[in-house]
Design a binder for this molecule. Sequence first.
Ligand code: ADP
Ligand code: MG
Ligand code: ZN
Length: 477
Amino acid sequence: MSELEAVIGLEIHAQLLTESKIFCGCSTRFGAEPNTHTCPVCLGLPGSLPVLNKKVVEYTMRMALAAHCSIAPRSLSARKNYFYPDLPKGYQISQFELPLAEKGWIDIEVNSQTKRIGITRIHIEEDAGKLIHDEVRPVSYVDFNRTGVPLMEIVGEPDLRTPEEAGEYLRRLREILHYLDICDGNMEEGSFRCDANISLRPKGSSGFGTKTELKNMNSFKHVEKALEFEIRRQRAVLEDGGEVIQETRLWDTARGVTLSMRGKEEAHDYRYFPDPDLIPIEISEEWIGSVRKNLPELPEAKRQRFISRYGLPEYDAQILTASKALANYFEECVRIHPHPKTVSNWIMVELVRELKREERDLEQCPVSAENLAALLDLVQEGVISGKMAKSVFEEMFKSGRSPKTIVQEKGLIQMTDMAQIQRVIEEVLQHNPDKIAAYREGKTKLFGYFVGEVMKKTQGKANPKIVNEILKQKLDN
Ligand code: ADP
Ligand code: MG
Ligand code: ZN
């Protein structure tokens, strides 16, 4: 059998960060008492009528433009009919034949190669409610607070070939959503969900094999793991002379396997039709123009600018622009302490490490950009050494205090007074006539010993550069 390759296409549901729901004024806030954010519209009571939230359209337009899609001047809302207890109307309002946007792309980077992934379409729809199953009794409850929360569905072309590419595509998409401020991208909490479609085919062929659709992955890692498992499973089926069955499969996190959920013969017939309660969505050129004008700088553009404007290596630019908050932090720091590479090093090494260790986001970072810049100023001015700066930084991270306060309190000021350092050096030399002799006879390694003694006597405060200079002068005479 010839070598097989995977064909993967993702469908993403992103919860939009609007204040109110898509067709009513109810709050979208998460975590409220069940069924307190509801009204006749989102409960689907007879006689109530939906009115589209303009912000939902605007946010989706932002994504459409960022993903190079064309925005339809006129698109339609459609009813997707199915029965489930979390869907009070018996249908979900979505879009079908005429989606809001289509035919776009985003670039991903895999193994230092740029690859363009097509976006088939982007449409808007409402979320369903949430079922809560009683842990003891055989009953379930339904919470309609989530009903009508706006979702944007991004359907991708089957252009991905490996789980790694799929993971990279997801990360890129989430990064863009963050930059656009339209979705918090939290996969664990379900505000960013991914269904992964996958099939295998002989490498080099252009046709498609039968696909399965994987659901229930709630982290990037699990999407990749589920795809890896499914590639192995489908390969085994095909190599055994069998056929892949078109079906939906659930990822079982605990067991690390995908399990059949429903087959094609049970697949829903949604009987889509245009929703007669809603008028077509009309989007003018002017509106598109103004949304485009107000788009923020996107990750890729920011990366390029960080490289050209600050002279940073690509690697640094990549890390610093991984989140908008981190990029802003960097730029704020550089504004005060205009040494980009130094700032970048400190952020990538010290700051990121402390944040990781404390499992904090940058938003909860005790060290402000101003304070980090002030610390680097102190090093630059020679007030403290680079080594001292690291321990001051740790202290800043613990207490949130300014570097000046900490340096003063701990008496950390670097000793730069030549006369003072000279005195300490004299003292050290006086105590070690034998070592001086040995040094002069060629045991030059002893130089480090003298430096060490001086640093010990000054509790590490002596400026090492000055210590080295004076010592050299004294010993080599
Ligand atoms: P469905 O009608 O089953 O939802 P679609 O044609 O709408 O299928 O495609 C849904 C998703 O599945 C898209 O992201 C698409 O890229 C992907 N897809 C379609 N065909 C295949 C295939 N043969 N293998 C892998 N992914 C596929
Ligand atoms: Mg589908
Ligand atoms: Zn409502």
